[in-house]
Write a protein that binds this ligand. Structure first.
Ligand SMILES: [Zn+2]
Length: 90
């Protein structure tokens, strides 16, 4: 059975229409130190449970979305447009 993702613009669409692009983290301030930028670009936690990720609806509206997915079950808990997402703290 194909898994369906509910795009806020297109409705329920097959998972294959989306591309996952990594953790949806808040960016450090432009003048943050090199250590903060290194951590933002290269270091990731590996949490068990809900985790916000950037997804691109490449075969649909082509909008960037933030999907919150349970890393243990792969269940998608919510999907919002990336412009409406504040970002998680790094
Ligand atoms: Zn869409």
């Amino acid at each position: 059975m194909a898994s369906l993702i509910r795009c806020p613009h297109c409705g329920a669409r097959p998972r294959e229409e989306f591309s996952v692009r990594g953790a949806a983290l808040a960016r450090p301030a432009p003048d943050a130190g090199a250590g903060a930028w290194f951590a933002h670009v290269y270091l990731r936690d590996n949490p068990k449970g809900p985790y916000a990720e950037h997804w691109h609806h490449i075969a649909g509206c082509r909008r960037w979305l933030v999907a919150t997915r349970d890393t243990a079950t792969h269940e998608v808990l919510s999907v919002v447009d990336a412009s409406a997402h504040e970002g998680a703290s790094a």
